[in-house]
Design a protein around this ligand. Structure first.
Ligand code: B16
Ligand code: MG
Length: 219
């Protein structure tokens, strides 16, 4: 493995637990349309854009295709419920170990970036006190194809001026692991093996993570 020079973090489910807010909002929409939506089914939506997520939800609920205007209205509705939750976030919502690890990285040779499919990424970063903290933030507003396409991570590497093979990505979603690997980066899963079996390595969370442990992840 090549030397690691940059670390790219997914946002939802890695820095903060907003994945659960997405789930509750999609479940509420599914329930309104007359069907249930389980946590297991929600795994398919992680890292995927809002409208692509709605497509998958329709497939799960066996709902007939709607017009583009109706789809936008449903996606907006879900996004309003989701934003109600993220607007109440504070720096206390940063997941355990993440802040210390990020500070450690900032004080070392590594560049750090966010690579998220979310159009709400900057709102979340402001709420949790990480506004202006990262060397690059690539979110759903900067890309045209969401994960599993590698665009989000390749754009981050480009903004950092670091080659993809020198980048390590932390991801909680199967689609994100695929995106990182397609980009030619080291893909580290954060969470459970059953959802992240394609990752190069998996960590449960960041509670024991520090800069020295990056070497363990590259071997
Ligand atoms: P929004 P990530 C992704 O963020 C989420 O995992 C995914 O569930 C969501 O649909 C997507 O962002 C779009 O989010 O509706 O806020 O634009 O995990 O790539 O940080
Ligand atoms: Mg995620």
């Amino acid at each position: 493995m090549q030397e690691i020079k940059a670390i790219i973090f997914d946002l939802d489910g890695v820095i903060v637990d907003t994945a659960v807010f997405h789930y509750h909002a999609w479940k509420k929409l599914a329930n309104e349309m007359g069907f249930d939506f389980t946590l297991e089914q929600n795994e398919r939506l992680k890292g995927i854009s809002r409208l692509e997520s709605l497509d998958i939800l329709f497939e799960i609920g066996k709902i007939e295709k709607k017009s583009a205007q109706e789809l936008d209205q449903l996606a907006d509705k879900k996004n309003k419920w989701y934003r109600d939750k993220i607007l109440m976030m504070t720096p206390k919502d940063v997941l355990p170990g993440v802040k210390n690890f990020l500070l450690d990285l900032k004080n070392s040779k590594y560049k750090i970036a966010i690579g998220s499919s979310s159009k709400n990424a900057n709102t979340i970063l402001e709420r949790i006190g990480f506004d202006g903290f990262f060397d690059s933030v690539v979110d759903g507003l900067k890309i045209s194809k969401s994960k599993p396409d590698p665009e989000v991570f390749l754009t981050a590497a480009n903004e950092l001026n670091i080659k993809p093979e020198h980048c390590l990505v932390f991801e909680d979603a199967a689609a994100g692991i695929e995106a990182a690997k397609t980009a030619g980066m080291l893909a580290i899963g954060v969470g459970k093996y059953e959802n992240l079996s394609n990752a190069d390595k998996i960590i449960p969370d960041f509670s024991n993570m520090n800069v020295l442990m990056i070497n363990n992840l590259t071997n």
